[in-house]
Design a protein around this ligand. Structure first.
Ligand code: IPD
Ligand code: CA
Ligand code: CA
Length: 276
């Protein structure tokens, strides 16, 4: 059962307002550091992190703890905070698209969501370079800078511009590339976005018609899941099952394109890898 109204933060502000202020503040820090140039540390092959990821993590988590003591926090860059009986958890990706960020490419975002007893109720993906706020509240629709946004109205994959990202699992990434290769040239094009958060936000806003990924973490996809749903689309695991924390991949599109993609993926190794 959903709560009737969102609890307020310590300052009296509602979670949406705190979250919006926070992603804008975090985004301003990211852009300032971006223009100065950043030093990179490798977490793994291709997987990088910068001092700015940690700086923004500290900014966001400190503010959330101050405003909403007792609520949980699941951030990519710091140990989880248990939400106990509150049933509420903030999901945080301080910078999604760190590889782009570290290479001077301005396609990255601050990703933030609120989960209430397992249901995503608030989602924000903020692109500070373009000052674009993709926002959704459960049951209230999705918007881009305050204007309602919707998934595209295409019906077939061959009509689609497809967004995708490869992640850091080499085998799974190769399977996705092979699957995309099997679709080529029956599509309108492909874009390797470099930020799963923006990849999902672009699918939610109709800039792309479909978004695919093989291996995601909650902070990558939880905000985008609600953005896509509230924009009239669906987002599932590769085999069509529901997404859950600890999920693997994602197919996000309107219902018709999603069904066509599922048909085309039937029997392809990408669709079921790691799920059996
Ligand atoms: C990554 C980006 C990338 C996706 C990876 C994610 P990060 O997040 O979203 O596009 O392919 O799977 O881990 O490391 O930039 O926060
Ligand atoms: Ca991420
Ligand atoms: Ca990140």
């Amino acid at each position: 059962m959903q709560r009737q109204s969102p609890p307020h933060g310590a300052s009296g502000a509602i979670p949406r307002q705190v979250a919006e202020d926070l992603v804008r503040e975090a985004g301003a820090v990211a852009v300032e550091r971006f223009t100065q140039g950043v030093e990179v540390t490798f977490k793994g092959w291709r997987n990088v992190v910068t001092a700015t990821d940690y700086e923004i993590d500290r900014l966001i988590t400190a503010r959330l703890l101050q405003e909403f003591p007792g609520w949980g926090i699941l951030s990519e860059e710091s140990p989880p905070v248990d939400g106990g009986d509150s049933g509420l958890v903030w999901v945080v990706d301080p910078i999604d698209g760190t590889k782009n960020f570290s290479q001077g490419m301005p396609t990255f975002a601050v990703n933030l969501a609120l989960v209430d007893r397992g249901t995503v109720v608030l989602a924000l993906t903020y692109d500070p370079n373009r000052d674009e706020l993709f926002l959704a509240e459960r049951g209230a629709g999705a918007s881009l800078n305050g204007k309602p946004m919707h998934v595209s109205s295409k019906t077939l994959v061959e009509e689609c511009l497809i967004g995708f990202d490869m992640g850091y699992d080499n085998e799974r990434a190769k399977q996705l590339l092979d699957f995309l290769g099997s679709l080529w040239p029956a599509m309108q094009g492909m874009r390797n976005i470099g930020s799963a958060a923006l990849g999902l936000a672009y699918a939610a806003s109709g800039r792309t018609d479909l978004y695919l990924h093989s291996v995601l973490s909650p902070w990558d996809f939880v905000p985008g899941l609600l953005l896509v749903q509230e924009a009239g689309g669906i987002a599932t695991e590769r085999d069509g099952s529901a997404l859950a924390i600890g999920t693997h991949g994602i197919i996000a599109a309107n219902a018709a394109v999603h069904a066509d993609l599922m048909r085309l993926a039937t029997g392809n190794p990408w669709q079921r890898a790691g799920l059996e």
